[in-house]
Design a protein around this ligand. Sequence first.
Ligand SMILES: *[C@@H]1O[C@H](CO)[C@@H](O)[C@H](O)[C@H]1NC(C)=O
Ligand SMILES: *[C@@H]1O[C@H](CO)[C@@H](O)[C@H](O)[C@H]1NC(C)=O
Ligand SMILES: *[C@@H]1O[C@H](CO)[C@@H](O)[C@H](O)[C@H]1NC(C)=O
Ligand SMILES: *[C@@H]1O[C@H](CO)[C@@H](O)[C@H](O)[C@H]1NC(C)=O
Length: 333
Amino acid sequence: MKVPPCSYSSLPSWTHCKNALIGFIAVVAVFIVVFIAYHGASSARLARFYKSKRYDPSKTNKLCKQSPRQEAINWNYFYYYEDVKTKKSLVWCKVPKAGSTTLTKMFLRLAGAKDISNTTRIHKLLRNYYPRLSSKVMTHRIRDSKTFVVVRDPFERILSAYRDKLESYERDLEYRDGYYYDHYGRFMVKDEKTGMTGNFTTTRKEPTWPEFVQYLLKTSVARYDEHWMPITRLCSPCKVDYNIVIKMENFAREIRQPLNYAKIDVASLGWAHKTGTSTNRKIINGYFKNLTLTDVKKLYAKYKKDFQLFGYTPFKYFKLFNNNNEQNKTVTE
Ligand SMILES: *[C@@H]1O[C@H](CO)[C@@H](O)[C@H](O)[C@H]1NC(C)=O
Ligand SMILES: *[C@@H]1O[C@H](CO)[C@@H](O)[C@H](O)[C@H]1NC(C)=O
Ligand SMILES: *[C@@H]1O[C@H](CO)[C@@H](O)[C@H](O)[C@H]1NC(C)=O
Ligand SMILES: *[C@@H]1O[C@H](CO)[C@@H](O)[C@H](O)[C@H]1NC(C)=O
């Protein structure tokens, strides 16, 4: 077989061309091997995720398939920690209103931060100590670390967000200079005369819980604040293979798993007896009873993936309306 002359050499010699050819083939081969290894690894991870018993696999499988394939992982909420001595590392996806203050304080203590008493400041401070890493770096870190996320009953979480950020204007002023009123609350309160929102004629500073829910229903999830943004959107559970999914209800017990893995001394953190801050069921029901069943179902549709992926049920909310009350309410609405 005749070997074509190497174009950059005016006096082609067989040895010269052979080396060039071998070099070229080697580069192509390496490229192919890397390509196959990379894709093989990621699809194996995906397969493992679907098979895992951490979530309900049949539901997870179906739900994850519904999400657009090209949807990129949102790395904004991820934090990487490595123990300097043991080299064991953790990746935490921080979900606001799901143990985030407790864990933020813990991560800051681990990084040697001194003043962590101001809970308004700590969340910004956290990024100073744990900078946002690039998608490329995080993709690698995730493979070599225990990855964990704390999840919570979606309705409990949004109620907690409402009570913390919007129910009291005074509280909002004191902790955040009225940020939540300015950006959200004033768009939610209904004008007494017209029944319209967004006119800013009403002097009322605090949206009621049903007004907040109306706002959620008519707003695209993509435009939600992080405190009521579904966890599925914050932490990409269909793309990230979480090793540990901690339920807020069992926070004190389940948080030990990632901490023990990274050899973090739980006792030294000073919250060994913290039992999580789940809200009393009676209080929760009081709020949800003030909504209509129709709206609770619509709200469920917004948070359906969170409910299903993390194993929560909406039925205890639907059941609150198992009487004639509902009909009367819908009529007078
Ligand atoms: C906490 O930090 C915020 C922002 O830096 C500041 O405005 C506020 O006064 C601080 N609060 C206290 C109690 O120190
Ligand atoms: C707001 O309400 C006032 C009085 O009720 C009305 O005159 C005005 O047109 C409204 N503005 C908007 C933007 O709806
Ligand atoms: C439910 O609505 C009633 C009547 O408007 C109100 O008095 C009560 O405070 C509301 N409950 C909650 C928990 O918001
Ligand atoms: C619903 O309304 C009807 C008639 O308007 C009334 O008789 C009934 O007591 C109401 N039910 C409840 C649970 O308030």
